[in-house]
Ligand binder design. Structure first.
Ligand SMILES: [Zn+2]
Length: 122
């Protein structure tokens, strides 16, 4: 009896069985897929936030453009081209949507929005 349990202990102490290894690998796979999915969602959220910040920068530049034309010409006029806003943007360039959307100027309100619907400012 003692001898057989010693033999069993010796075999067991050799390492993990194949089934135990497979279970561990499956658990690691599930955990890493959840972590990767969550990381991808965070980067999408960060890119959308950057796009919204870009729209706020462009709309602030649009307001400054409106004030400037009002002072210079006596009547208010929105910029109809994003390049007209460059003098009012600190970076000196028109920011671009990080996911590839395009910024469009509403001809009536002058408000600048991204063409991607998930980047609409509330
Ligand atoms: Zn965008």
């Amino acid at each position: 009896m003692i001898k057989s349990s010693l033999i069993h202990f010796k075999m067991k102490s050799g390492g993990f069985t194949l089934v135990e290894l497979i279970i561990i690998l499956v658990i690691i796979g599930i955990l890493s897929s959840v972590a990767i999915l969550r990381f991808m969602m965070l980067t999408d959220t960060a890119k959308a936030s950057l796009c919204i910040a870009n729209q706020q920068t462009l709309n602030a530049a649009q307001a400054m453009y409106l004030a400037q034309t009002s002072v210079n010409t006596g009547y208010s006029e929105y910029a109809d081209d994003l390049n007209d806003l460059i003098p009012f943007i600190d970076s000196g360039t028109v920011p671009e949507c990080p996911i590839g959307g395009t910024y469009e100027i509403d001809p009536v309100s002058g408000i600048i929005t991204c063409s991607l619907t998930e980047h609409i400012v509330d």
